[in-house]
Design a protein around this ligand. Structure first.
Ligand code: SAM
Ligand code: SF4
Ligand code: SF4
Length: 340
């Protein structure tokens, strides 16, 4: 069964956050001193996640990405990966991680059946990493990236949030580092999502600007022509190296967005910018049948009209999406809860 929303977008891509906790404090995601965490007893058990995944797959989902917070902090994550990897309808099972714990876990994640790994890497300079994340774990991240390749993963990606005056002078270094890993690098525009309380437009480096800088260094850059609903537009350098740009802030891709997000406590969000989610944990724990849960999901998706990033683009004076007080009242509005 395939369900379409009000803009004929199908439900295919599910991001599952397995924890809201994180071992880094990235300036663009968790810049505050303290946070309100989701109550532990509300965090979904792996069997609950697996049951919901089955329902989503009944409705057309065939790609799942595990995220967080930092997903590798979730105890025994391999057990969840084994449950999900055993589902024949799942075509793609990936994870997005900050890499700090990857060196110790890459082998067991591969063994459990994980398909692909994306590591967030914003800088190659240890001092910058510490300033940007408030933790001195740069060496572990690089070891983690090496371990991904050693464990036998292919199609690895590196995600870089580009911030003006912070790491925008490292585009070429990061690109060349990616060639060596090997991994495809994707440059992400700094987004004004919930949690990015220090966001301002002047810190955003646009896709156009990134292409100009890279073009000056490498010569002609060609777009890679492909049919895809993936957020990154891919480009090729004259030597064939391919990289991606995710231009959610200046050129959003809402028109083809087939993504939704399940938080660690079972709230389902139809857009990264959505103010409200749909509680799936409540009905699940109260014994709702598979068909009842399916009906709830179908009904919500059919009514989906979200185009959050496009709406933000139309604002004249863009300030951070959510003020700190509201984030404290409802941590679900945070990027680190919603999973990015
Ligand atoms: N902790 C893991 C990590 O950092 O890879 C997974 C969760 S994190 C919320 C997922 C992605 O969201 C990361 O690649 C991160 O860089 C990105 N992200 C967080 N805040 C962002 C922002 N304000 N703008 C753009 N990307 C952001
Ligand atoms: Fe950084 Fe990811 Fe943690 Fe956010 S959740 S602070 S992006 S490592
Ligand atoms: Fe999809 Fe919302 Fe992001 Fe647009 S803003 S691409 S609708 S998640």
């Amino acid at each position: 069964m395939v369900v379409h929303d009000t803009f004929q977008r199908s439900l295919r891509n599910l991001r599952i956050s397995v924890t809201d906790r994180c071992n880094l404090r990235c300036a663009y995601c968790m810049p505050e001193e303290d946070y309100v965490w989701l109550p532990r007893e509300q965090i979904l058990h792996f069997e609950e996640v697996s049951a919901l995944a089955d329902i989503f797959m009944d409705l057309g989902v065939d790609k799942i990405r595990l995220t967080g917070g930092e997903p590798l902090l979730r105890r025994d994550l391999g057990a969840l990966i084994r449950l999900l990897a055993a589902k024949p309808r799942l075509r793609d099972l990936a994870i997005t991680t900050n890499g700090v714990l990857l060196a110790e876990q890459a082998g067991s994640l591969k063994e459990a059946g994980l398909g692909r790994v994306t590591v967030s890497l914003d800088t190659l300079r240890p001092d910058r990493f510490t300033a940007l994340t408030r933790r001195a774990n740069h060496a572990q991240v690089l070891e983690g990236i090496a371990a991904v390749h050693a464990a036998g993963f292919a199609r690895t990606k590196l995600d870089t949030v580009v911030m003006r005056g912070v790491n925008d002078d490292e585009l070429t270094d990061l690109l060349e580092y990616g060639q060596g890993v090997p991994a495809e690098i994707r440059f992400i525009e700094y987004m004004d999502v919930g949690g990015a309380t220090r966001w301002s437009m002047d810190k955003v480096v646009s896709r156009a600007e990134m292409l100009e800088v890279l073009g000056r260094r490498y010569g002609r850059i060609e777009p890679v022509v492909e049919e895809s609903t993936a957020p990154a537009d891919r480009y090729a350098l004259p030597d064939g190296t391919v990289f991606g740009i995710i231009s959610s802030t200046t050129e959003p891709f809402c028109a083809s967005c087939d993504r939704s997000r399940l938080t660690a406590d079972g709230m389902w969000y139809l857009c990264l910018y959505a103010q409200r989610g749909i509680d799936l944990r409540g009905p699940l724990r109260q014994g709702a049948s598979r068909d009842e849960l399916k009906a709830l999901i179908v009904d919500a998706w059919k009514r989906r009209a979200d185009r959050g990033a496009e709406q933000r683009l139309r604002l004249r004076d863009r300030t951070p999406l959510v003020q700190i007080g509201r984030l404290r009242e409802d941590p679900h509005l945070e990027m680190h809860t919603r999973g990015g």
